[in-house]
Ligand binder design. Structure first.
Ligand code: FAD
Length: 414
């Protein structure tokens, strides 16, 4: 295991590399250094060797032929209790676009129990081929059987791009697979594209605390792996008439070889439905206290929406983390996002700027949130929100089932 190569002819057996290795990945056997499975190819040992007997071969130049053997875009289709997770459909939409740009096929990998219907759904969202592993072993997500089966498929069919949703399960699976494949993985991408000259996947994501956007390339290893959070990309429109090829595959290992068991599921006690809310009313440091969220809650209730928050409000302990929107919270894409007392820091915008309509209420006319807002109200949120509620109440009297569109109509008139 390991990418490190040792030239046994050159090795003096001096042990300098063993001392330099932070992972305990090198041992001395018969006066020659050998590498074990703990090697991460970090390269710390290379400079320690006095005779340059250690090498981490990089794929480049002469490996172009080898890299070109990798073809196709793959998406892991996450499902829970027999339902495809929305983020996977979003990934299929992006995968379709990337596959078309590369002139290649889009393949979906569906693992689960009684999930044949999801294979058909994946085709309707753009997949040309589906690998369907339908087996009791995959009833609940577990890293070892899921990663083992997908790794076998990747090694056999060699896709050039592999995409996963950045959910808890997707993050776990992506990391396990990338480490085993010795390839790069860009987590939480906010943009995916193909470089017109090189054909490489351009993986864009916030870096340095969200202050810059970095575009990351995986030049030398395959597949190029990326995760994307829910709602970053639009949900494609399914085409139920699409035809695709479904290939059934067997699990890579039997249940007896899986060391983990799922003993049950516990529902979260706090139900915050930010992800699918059509309307979100969010409060920031400007609400001033936990009690300051009261008008925000009333407005959200009136609009049938959910309550969001900035990290400052969460860090202050005014509201729980489950409500946090932004780079380190949830990414949301409601029809209407009302930001109250939120300045509009880049890390907050990263989680909500693709909302269809953004309303900002802030007493500072220069607050950056106004640059992304469709409607801006300069004023004290404790005066503006009750006025909005009154206005919405009048409208509610004539329009049952008040929602984002009606709210937008009221705001346009106000
Ligand atoms: C690595 C990293 C990750 C981060 N992740 C996130 C994240 O996921 N989500 C997130 O939100 N932030 C995140 N942040 C923090 C982010 O940088 C900002 O600090 C935070 O978003 C600011 O929150 P805020 O807008 O509520 O507070 P402030 O920036 O303090 O803004 C408060 C606003 O309220 C206005 N205001 C005050 N009183 C009133 C009033 N009575 N009526 C109307 N307006 C009023 C003020 O004019 C001001 O504009 C992250 C930061 C880092 C470094």
């Amino acid at each position: 295991m390991g990418l490190l190569k040792i030239d046994k002819e050159k090795c003096l057996g001096c042990g300098a590399c063993i001392d330099a290795c932070p992972y305990g990945a090198l041992d001395l056997v018969d006066d020659v250094v050998v590498v074990n499975e703990k090697c991460t190819a970090c390269g710390a040992c290379i400079d320690a060797c006095p005779v340059m007997a250690l090498l981490i071969p990089r794929l480049s130049g002469g490996d172009a032929e080898r890299l070109s053997a990798y073809r196709g875009v793959w998406v892991w289709i996450e499902q829970f209790h027999g339902r495809m997770c929305e983020v996977s459909a979003e990934m299929l939409g992006q995968g379709r676009r990337l596959a078309d740009t590369r002139g290649t096929a889009l393949t979906a990998c569906v693992l689960g129990r009684n999930v044949e219907h999801i294979a058909g759904e994946a085709v309707s969202y753009g997949a040309d081929h589906v690998f369907l592993a339908d087996d009791p072993l995959f009833e609940s997500y577990r890293t070892i059987p899921y990663a083992g089966t997908l790794l076998g498929l990747v090694r056999e069919h060699m896709p050039e791009i592999f995409l996963l949703g950045a959910s808890a399960r997707g993050r776990d699976l992506a990391g396990a697979m990338a480490a085993d494949l010795h390839t790069g993985l860009t987590a939480d991408c906010t943009g995916l594209d193909i470089d017109a000259d090189t054909g490489l996947l351009l993986q864009t994501r916030p870096a340095f605390g969200g202050n810059i956007m970095a575009t990351i390339l995986c030049r030398d290893y395959r597949p190029q792996m990326a995760t994307v959070r829910h709602h970053v990309f639009e949900l494609p429109i399914p085409d139920r008439t699409r035809q695709g090829q479904i290939v059934r595959v067997a699990p890579a290992l039997p249940e007896e070889k899986v060391p983990t068991r799922v003993v049950g599921f516990t529902e979260e006690t706090e139900t915050v439905h930010l992800a699918n809310a059509k309307v979100i009313v969010a409060g920031g440091r400007g609400v001033g206290s936990a009690a300051g969220f009261e008008p925000i809650r009333r407005l959200a209730d009136m609009l049938g929406g959910a309550v969001g928050a900035s990290r400052s409000a969460v860090d202050a302990g005014w509201i729980s983390y489950a409500h946090q929107v932004g780079q380190t919270g949830r990414t949301v894409r409601p029809d209407l996002y009302i930001a109250c007392g939120i300045s509009g820091a880049i890390q907050h915008l990263a989680g909500m700027k693709t909302s269809r309509v953004i309303v900002a209420i802030n007493k500072n006319p220069d607050a950056p949130i106004f640059q992304v807002a469709n409607y801006g109200i300069v004023g004290d949120l404790f005066a503006v929100i009750p006025a909005l509620i009154d206005e919405f109440k009048k409208r509610l009297a004539v329009t049952p089932g008040f929602g984002a569109e009606a709210a937008e109509a009221v705001l346009t008139r106000s």
